[in-house]
Design a protein around this ligand. Structure first.
Ligand code: Z5A
Length: 228
């Protein structure tokens, strides 16, 4: 009898502004899923694969800023293409869950809404790069930008790090970013869940876990008709 192919894993993304707690929550969910015996990897964007990490360094150093938001969107998408090919699709095909710290909603929010890019251009770019590998579930970690920036600033000081390309933008940029993520969540309620990220990390993690249980663990695993 031919061996049964593993079911496609689940793809969960975390989005939000600076210092919202995405990396913290990715790690807490990864640990909890592992405890449940679920094979899971945690990854991030931009990056998540060696070539994509090189593009990350270039982008976050602000070297592409002068090229404008369209070129930045293309570069983030080039990194995403490599990340999908090298890391995400192979993991999902093996049946692993993939938790990703930022994904295509960040391009929609940062380059799309804030860079004022034509949505048709961005949609086409997303279709070409992401194709059928869309997240099963996206957490939008929402909090006032002042709170997130203070958290990110405290961590940066503790590590003696410099601000990156996007942290250095002014407060109106970060407020508009929050609105952009909430708009995405409103437009795609079946995929996106808004979480109040201003609370302590354990409370936030409990809400995230409740959603994962209800939306992904409670359902019968079903192979994506499109494949990974
Ligand atoms: N970008 C883009 O423009 N287009 C794209 O398509 C993509 C990305 C994919 C990546 O930066 C940048 O690239 C990003 C958008 C842009 N902009 N910036 N800057 P990054 O990966 O270096 O940084 P980030 O994604 O913005 O994450 P972050 O600022 O590092 O924050 P976070 O992951 O959301 O938070 P954290 O690391 O979990 O926590 C931050 C600090 O707060 C840390 O000290 C924690 O211990 C603390 N923390 C966490 N949770 C809590 C709670 N609940 N209470 C109190 N303190 C907390």
């Amino acid at each position: 009898m031919p061996e049964k192919a593993p079911s496609r894993g689940r793809f969960v993304t975390f989005e939000g502004g600076e210092g919202a707690g995405k990396s913290t929550q990715v790690e807490l969910l990864r640990a909890r899923l592992s405890q449940r015996g679920i094979d899971v990897i945690a990854t991030r964007e931009p990056g998540g694969a060696p070539r994509a990490e090189r593009i990350r360094n270039f982008l976050l150093a602000g070297k592409a800023k002068a090229l404008g938001p369209a070129a930045e969107a293309i570069l983030f998408s080039a990194a995403r293409n490599d990340h999908l090919e090298t890391t995400i699709r192979p993991a999902l095909a093996r049946g692993q869950w993939v938790l990703c710290d930022r994904f295509s909603d960040s391009t929609r929010a940062y380059q799309g809404a804030l860079g004022d890019l034509d949505p048709v251009f961005l949609n086409r770019l997303e279709q070409v790069v992401v194709g059928p590998t869309r997240p099963d579930l996206t957490f939008i970690l929402d909090l006032p930008p002042e709170v997130g920036l203070a958290r990110a600033g405290a961590r940066r000081q503790a590590r003696s790090e410099a601000t990156d390309r996007f942290e250095a933008e002014d407060i109106s940029f970060h407020r508009a970013l929050r609105t952009a993520f909430l708009t995405i969540a409103r437009e795609e309620p079946a995929r996106c869940v808004v979480i109040d990220a201003s609370r302590d990390a354990d409370t936030v993690a409990a809400d995230i876990w409740a959603e994962v249980e209800a939306r992904l663990l409670g359902t019968t695993t079903q192979e994506s008709a499109d494949g990974a």
